[in-house]
Design a protein around this ligand. Sequence first.
Ligand code: SAM
Ligand code: SF4
Length: 444
Amino acid sequence: MERRPLPTTYRIKSFGCQMNVYDGERMGELLAAQGLTPAAEGEDAELVVLNTCHIRERAAEKVYSDIGRLLKTDGPAPLITVAGCVAQAEGKEIMARAPGVGIVVGPQAYHRLPELIAQASQGIRATDTDMPADAKFAALPRRRRSAPAAFLTVQEGCDKFCTYCVVPYTRGAEISRPFADLVAEAQLLVEAGAREITLLGQNVNAWTGSDEADRTQGLDGLIRRLAQIDGLERIRYTTSHPNDVTDGLIAAHGEVAKLMPYLHLPVQSGSDRVLRAMNRSHTAEAYLRLLERFRAARPDIALSGDFIVGFPGETEAEFAETLQVVEAAGYAHAFSFKYSPRPGTPAATMNGQVAAEVMDERLQRLQATIARGQLAFNQASVGRRCAVLVERRGKRPGQWLGKSPWLQSVWFDADAAIGDLVMVDLAQAGPNSLEGRVLETLAA
Ligand code: SAM
Ligand code: SF4
């Protein structure tokens, strides 16, 4: 690699989960603190960060095709940085396979980007995939800007070792950020414009910490404390694990007005045999009972889940059990994926890998069932009156898009601004969004 001047402009492209979106924002703040500016729309950036996801195969392949595209420019090639979970898992391979990449940095090491950029600018390719527990957050700059709906990572890593999943290998062991740091960051986000904060973690409800009085708290304790922040109107959290659900968290849904009526609780399969092979350590029945308890605490709660079809050995009858769970759960929304063998995970070498056509067909049936439930949930919302947080403009002048408490996208016409909370009547429902009629704007 050749020496080059230090970059002055950057672009960050985040793939995958919301935690990567959060990391992408924090990297942007770090680069801005070094004097770099984001490249304008349509302009080439001198530094490009691909903030990658390793959860499924296609996501990793996209990274290589993006690198190829970036190197094909007519002008000087940008300094390419591969960050995120692909960097963590395949750092060495990327350096060998893609000589155009200058920096590889893992998800626990991106606070070191300025040093790595300085090294790469000297013509020395730089890699940092260390996993120091929790060092990164303390080294990041203070939050100064925020969208009305902000993300806040509270927990990282995973100790569950589901047999199909790379997260325990790419994000490391479970760590919880300290209570006081999170309260401080949430306060800064609100001062910077956030009205809603979504608490993030690979298993966000595994979060634990000591509060101001040195009492041990779980996620519900953190939520109750954050709810005291003036100007913070809405709190959400994702993604939860069934085994980490506590009585306190369920109760919080009935007691904390700012906690939105939405729960994303993945189950992955409706078959107990498959769940055992996945090392999920809960049954389908226990999962459905948990959903019922959340519903009892907050009857209007919108439920969401994750499903994997075609896990090794999954039979047609076992897949049918998954469809039954979807019907029984009554989801407002759910994510579904084809099983993707991830190198190094136990499931990748299990017998009975399911043929691609079978997975395709099962995924289609599952998605049709989920879509029916989603439409039914949206239709049942018609006639409800609720607050919508305005997130962006629509295509038509005067049209806006915001989110209902149940995380539905709501379109409406009004004289509004991004960050407003407006009261709407939900008037019409489609499969993916609703139309609302505005009644009034609520005071900021
Ligand atoms: N920790 C959360 C949980 O276990 O519920 C989910 C985190 S994971 C990043 C997000 C989702 O990706 C999982 O719930 C699962 O449905 C899906 N996923 C993970 N590994 C996968 C694989 N090898 N193939 C297909 N989907 C996968
Ligand atoms: Fe992956 Fe399972 Fe951990 Fe979720 S709980 S991140 S699916 S290993």
